[in-house]
Design a protein around this ligand. Structure first.
Ligand code: SRM
Ligand code: SF4
Length: 566
């Protein structure tokens, strides 16, 4: 193999379709860890080896190995969870994991701290509940996300079907998953193949999402392949295609950056899978396999040019994409409370702080949700803003659901401030190995302080997108926050401001590497100005740009529209 390739390309190539020596590592009783190379392959199976960073120093002093535990991420296309599946995840969370269930920013579950000896039975339990962890992480197409809620209308349901088709289409074919996790033996001697990915898979992770206007609750322009469902006269016509979105950046490396996807055309539902597959295979063939920090589709497009990308796509397809159709987004974030669907069934949107569902001193969300799953007849829907919907409830069952929601304190959505309702925080410490600062654990400290300020200026109800990330990788899609903190070191953050409320404009860096007192002081001044001089219905990010408190972002960061015709 080419020596210019990154180390991970060699690991993949030599892995025998993602087997490596994972199975041997799982069986080694001497350590709670597996080898470094196997850990890289394990991601493709939906798990990461981590260690509890709160305990690192103490264990080092005691000459103990780090407190290893495994994170497990499920693949739940469009974030749908049946009550049976909920109870299976709850069982794993209660018996084998440490921090309950965690709804992620890609509308699925993560579990943390699963010890090596329980990893296999946890993955088996997920499989038995008709779900999987395969390709939830790794250099493949990941969890496909879509706007909530499939039951709102017949067209939402059709979009969900496309979400599931896309998710299934891009699952790897390797038999390693079944061998390692499900029955432990070689199930066939037939030669193995990955017809779509090839034996080295993609150069990097790949993400697809479908938004249904006017809601951009998935941040469609942050996806490698963002699809905007066009529904006209109550019928799904097809999808506008945005390519090359992505959030990740590396601290101190200007050659890495967040980028909004570029709109390149419109495809009919019949063309969708072929177009998505062709985009993925272009990235497979041209993505940078030497430097992982430049391997996402956004860099392939920027290095070769959007015109090149579009013409390569159309040449491979054998036809041209259709002109982009008009669309309009009016908000990001989730809708809370009861909403009635077209068919008369009801859906209850609940706010979950940073997506964490656990039993603590303050609340018993895990127990409450377990009880809800035991009585609920419909399904649950996880959102890309780390919240959840109790979906498909008959009118007659609403009272019982409301009672349980109230009993377990899950009814906060009634009273929360606008900023709280629109807050997202990535996991960060203590499990994320890349975290430079707190995020999920900082959110409950920060929010009341911001709410105190907002209350002074009568802005408690103002919906403001707040995003916290423990490092620049961008797991909370922080470059799309109207107010964003990105961790630089413990207690220190970059403050970014000025994204719009619909996920269509990136924010910009306002102050670097500052601590909480300065953050609060700056926001105090800005909230005061916002309260005094904002226009009617003007959102915070738009206000900052109009009043030139911050500069409008540079052109490069605004979606480029090719052949934008109506
Ligand atoms: Fe992420 C890596 C958590 C959504 C960009 N992300 C990680 C890891 C696995 C850390 C690691 O590599 O060791 C984090 C595990 C933390 C932990 O302890 O659980 C992690 N990412 C998450 C989650 C759980 C954040 C959350 O609080 O919900 C989200 C899980 C999504 C899922 O269910 O699939 C999550 N990550 C995202 C998103 C948002 C999205 O996809 O909509 C992004 C930005 C979008 C994008 O990909 O461009 C994102 N995560 C990254 C990156 C930067 C990638 C890049 O292109 O540079 C990394 C680091 C990497 O890949 O090297 C990363
Ligand atoms: Fe970890 Fe950084 Fe992602 Fe937060 S943004 S979960 S700190 S990788």
């Amino acid at each position: 193999m080419d020596n210019n390739l990154s180390h991970l390309e060699h690991i993949k190539a030599d892995s025998n379709f993602l087997r490596g020596t994972i199975e041997d590592g799982l069986g080694d009783p001497v350590t709670g860890a597996i080898s470094e190379d196997d850990n890289k392959l394990l991601k493709f199976h939906g798990s990461y080896q981590q260690d509890d960073r709160d305990l690192r120093d103490e264990r080092r002093k005691q000459k103990l190995e780090p407190a290893y535990g495994f994170m497990i991420r499920a693949r739940l296309a469009g974030g749908i969870v049946t009550p049976r599946q909920w109870l299976a995840f709850d069982h794993i969370a209660t018996n084998w994991a440490t921090r309950g269930l965690r709804i992620t920013t890609r509308q699925t579950f993560q579990l943390h701290g699963v010890p090596k000896q329980n990893l296999k039975r946890a993955i088996q339990a997920i499989h038995e509940a008709m779900s999987t962890t395969l390709a939830a992480c790794g250099d493949v197409n990941r969890q496909v996300v879509s706007s909530v809620n499939p039951l709102l209308s017949s067209q939402h349901r059709i979009v969900q079907e496309w979400t599931e088709k896309l998710s299934a289409h891009f699952l790897p074919h390797t038999r390693a998953y079944a061998e390692i996790w499900l029955d432990g033996k070689k199930i066939s001697n037939e030669p193995e193949d990955e017809p779509l990915y090839g034996h080295t898979y993609l150069p990097r992770k790949f993400k697809i999402g479908i938004a249904i206007p006017p809601t951009n609750d998935i941040d469609v322009f942050a996806q490698d392949l963002g699809l905007i469902a066009i529904i006209e006269n109550g019928m799904l016509q097809g999808f506008n295609v945005a390519a090359g979105g992505g959030m990740g950046a590396t601290q101190g490396d200007d050659t890495t950056y967040a980028r909004l996807g570029s709109l390149i055309g419109f495809v009919t539902p019949e063309q969708l899978i072929q177009v998505a597959e062709t985009v993925v295979t272009i990235q497979r063939d041209f993505g940078n396999r030497a430097e992982r920090q430049h391997a996402r589709l956004k860099y392939t497009i920027d290095h070769r040019g959007l015109e090149w990308f579009k013409s390569e796509l159309e040449q491979r397809l054998g036809y041209s994409l259709l002109p982009i159709r008009p669309y309009h987004f009016n908000h990001n974030g989730d809708r809370y409370g009861w909403i009635e669907g077209e068919d008369g069934q009801w859906h209850l949107g609940l706010y979950i702080e940073a997506g964490r569902i656990s039993d603590t001193h303050e609340n018993r969300f895990l127990t409450g949700m377990r009880e809800l799953a035991q009585v609920h007849q419909g399904e649950f829907r996880l959102t890309c803003n780390q919240n959840l919907v109790i979906a498909n409830v008959a009118a007659a069952d609403r009272t019982r659901i409301d009672e349980l929601v109230r009993q377990y304190g899950l009814d906060g959505y009634h009273k929360h401030s606008g900023i709280r309702q629109h807050s997202i925080a990535c996991v960060a410490l203590p499990t994320c190995g890349l975290a430079m600062a707190e995020s999920e654990r900082y959110l409950p400290e920060l929010l009341p302080k911001l709410e105190t300020l907002l209350a002074q200026y009568n802005l408690l109800d103002a919906p403001i997108l707040l995003r916290l990330s423990g490092c620049p990788n961008g797991c909370s899609r922080p470059y799309l926050g109207e107010i964003t903190l990105i961790g630089r070191a413990i207690g220190r953050y970059d403050l970014r401001l000025g994204a719009d409320f619909t996920g269509q404009r990136l924010n910009i860096l306002y102050r670097e590497n500052i601590a909480e007192p300065e953050i609060i002081k700056i926001l105090d001044t800005l909230f005061s100005a916002y309260a005094r001089t904002r226009g009617q219905n003007e959102k915070f990010g738009d206000f900052l740009i109009r009043t030139e408190i911050i500069e409008a972002p540079s052109q490069r960061l605004i979606p480029i529209v090719l052949d934008a015709t109506t």
